[in-house]
Design a protein around this ligand. Structure first.
Ligand code: 13P
Length: 244
């Protein structure tokens, strides 16, 4: 049985006192580990948020990282630095990194391999654009994105997130049927180990639609953007994950 996992991706939002306040509220709202919970603040808030989460059940994540331990990589953050602050998870291959920052499959695979080496659990994002979906290319795109990652899978230490790009930040959540169809496709590609690997859904997950998605056995949790910035909404999604 795969444990549900609710992960918050703050993207380029929140810093300073506000970040600490949100982390504190989320920490106080989670009193056991029935559901796994993670928040990924911007890099600059990681030290404060990490300290705030200490002694609680909420895990710390990062939104990206470089694949080398150190070197002449201006503006980059090494996996090794993240470990210092208690980071356990790292989101890799988010569609915003692929689209805006030109990250390609090979780079994402290198980062995934590095995360596993450093004992960080990668949350690898895959998903199609609206035009790819309309042209019937959804499964081709996802298969291509998975191809470089599948050989790296190390027991259960990897998480996937299906994030259809047309659903991110648009309020247009995928129907449970659409998400389940893609999750099944991904799991099928993973082979036997697929039964043990968690696949989250991301894209406009809100308290109002969380139950319909999370009650599906195929959907092992959610990668939440906007709604993770509000502790009340985020805790409500977690509470739904506990009850389904
Ligand atoms: P929204 O929940 O804001 O649509 O963002 C989803 C996402 O990109 C999480 O990584």
């Amino acid at each position: 049985m795969r444990k549900k996992f609710i992960a918050g991706n703050w993207k380029m939002h929140k810093g300073g006192k506000e970040a600490i306040e949100i982390a504190k509220n989320v920490k106080e709202g989670i009193q056991d580990d029935k559901v796994d919970v993670m928040i990924a603040p911007p890099f600059t808030a990681i030290p404060d948020v990490g300290r705030t989460l200490e002694g609680g059940f909420v895990k710390l994540g990062a939104q990206n990282m470089h694949f080398e331990e150190q070197g002449a990589f201006t503006g980059e953050i090494s996996p090794f630095f993240l470990l210092d602050f208690g980071v356990k998870f790292v989101i890799l291959g988010h569609s915003e990194r692929r689209k805006i920052f030109g990250e390609v499959d090979d780079l994402i695979a290198k980062k995934t391999a590095a995360a596993l080496t450093f004992n960080l659990t990668p949350i690898v994002c895959v998903g199609e654009t609206l035009s790819e979906r309309e042209e019937g290319k959804t499964f081709d795109v996802i298969e291509r994105e998975l191809n470089t990652i599948i050989p790296l899978i190390d027991k259960k230490k990897i998480v996937f997130a299906y994030e259809p790009i047309w659903a991110i930040g648009t309020g247009k959540v995928a129907t449970p049927e659409t998400a389940v169809e893609v999750h099944k496709f991904i799991r099928g590609k993973l082979g036997d180990i697929g039964q043990d690997i968690r696949i989250l859904y991301g894209g406009s997950v809100k308290p109002e639609n969380a139950e319909s998605l999370l009650k599906e056995e195929e959907i092992d949790g959610a990668l939440v953007g906007g709604a993770s910035l509000n502790p009340e909404s985020f805790l409500s999604i977690i509470s739904t994950a506990r009850s389904v």
